[in-house]
Design a protein around this ligand. Structure first.
Ligand SMILES: [Zn+2]
Length: 395
């Protein structure tokens, strides 16, 4: 019976009897299963009676696992640390190497952009240099600290995590230091999701293990690697999108833009908004260029850095003429393949809330900003054609 999972849990009984807060309950527990059960109960207790009546134990368990991942990702990560490591370890070094190459390309472009004032350029460069990368599973997520059968190490861990999390949340408006960054990354991220993200307040980029697994970021498939690199670079340029550009290298909400550069930057943003407003989000529904601006800017930045890196690599390898064109065409095709899905009407609600453009626009609008795309695919007119002066250039 599914109900038994909860009703017989000592943690649940204590919670129901004491209601003394998590600290009181944790102090009296003697193994991690109680702790996990406690969290499960905490997260589902409000609706469990109604929800689990008649559910199979397996179904109830999978719901509990989902709830646990949300409420206590740190413990779930620890429980599966080895599995997670195996998923991502192969790609972690490759990914870090790629990230550093992308950083170098971005640096070179910032150094020569003509619309940035020198003062703004220097601040942008500092911010880029200070950006931290966290890839795969953190070293300190060791299973060794985790004792299932001998005493209450996990409970002590849990208590200190709770204390740290509370301290971190209290400090969210203040300044984060390295230790706090690590704590948030280690304790609040579910490592079993396929995701990568940038955090403005911490100026850091996180790439989770599943994202760099062999299937996603393969060692022996360069095109796929560079297509995925557009996503890494997407995250990197989030630090400089409409929102990210308001934060400085330490994550302070500081205006580091000269008025002249800022006016030019904002004009470029208006052009980006207009580009997407002319598209459809799905048949009959116009896209919202303003809502999706930050993501579209990151898509553009991602493509700019990854394509530039890829093309230079091919040139350095000696490719030219038709051979170089072939490789570049493949790059664009692999980028399109990444987003090869179209939202159905059933996804309308999710679409409405999503701040990303739909996959089709993530490809179709972005490619039109690249002169090479027109030449490589012989595009001289048609629905997607943009006159050269309308191809927004930011980075
Ligand atoms: Zn994004």
């Amino acid at each position: 019976m599914a109900g038994a999972i909860f009703d017989e849990s000592p943690a649940f009984k204590k919670y129901m009897e004491q209601k003394g807060g998590i600290t009181t309950v944790l102090k009296t527990m003697d193994n991690c299963y109680d702790y996990l059960r406690y969290y499960a109960v905490m997260s589902v207790s409000n609706y469990m009676k109604a929800r689990y009546v008649g559910q199979s134990e397996g179904a109830a368990k999978s719901i509990i696992v989902a709830a646990l991942k949300q409420t206590s990702p740190f413990l779930m990560n620890k429980l599966s640390a080895d599995v997670l490591r195996k998923m991502g370890q192969a790609g972690a070094d490759r990914c870090l190497t790629m990230l550093e190459k992308l950083r170098t390309v971005f640096r070179q472009r910032l150094e020569t952009l003509d619309w940035l004032s020198d003062a703004t350029r220097q601040e942008a460069l500092k911010k880029l240099e200070a950006m931290q990368f966290f890839v795969g599973v953190p070293d300190n997520l060791s299973e060794g600290e985790f004792t299932l059968d001998e005493g209450n190490t996990l409970v002590e861990d849990a208590l200190s995590i709770m204390a740290q999390n509370v301290a971190i949340r209290h400090n969210m408006c203040g300044k984060q230091i390295e230790q706090q960054i690590r704590a948030i990354i280690d304790y609040e991220i579910d490592y079993s999701t396929k995701n990568a993200f940038y955090n403005c307040e911490m100026n850091c980029l996180v790439i989770l293990p599943l994202f760099i697994s062999e299937g996603m970021f393969p060692a022996d498939d360069e095109y796929t690697q560079y297509a995925v690199a557009t996503v890494f670079a997407h995250e990197m340029t989030h630090g400089f999108d409409a929102r990210g550009a308001k934060y400085d290298k330490q994550g302070y909400l500081t205006d580091w833009w000269s008025s002249e550069s800022k006016a030019k930057f904002e004009a470029k943003q208006q052009e980006m908004i207009a580009l997407y407003n002319r598209m459809e989000a799905y048949p009959g529904q116009p896209a919202d260029g303003k809502k999706t601006l930050a993501e579209n800017m990151a898509d553009y930045g991602g493509m700019t850095l990854a394509y530039s890196l890829f093309k230079q690599k091919k040139i350095d390898e000696g490719l030219q003429g038709a051979a170089l064109d072939y490789a570049c065409r493949e790059f664009f095709l692999h980028y399109a393949k990444l987003w090869l899905e179209y939202p159905t009407l059933a996804q309308k609600q999710a679409l409405y809330l999503d701040v990303h453009s739909i996959p089709q626009n993530r490809v179709n609008v972005i490619v039109t900003l690249f002169d090479d795309w027109y030449r490589l695919f012989n595009v001289t007119d048609g629905k997607l054609y943009l006159a050269p002066e309308k191809r927004v250039q930011i980075w």
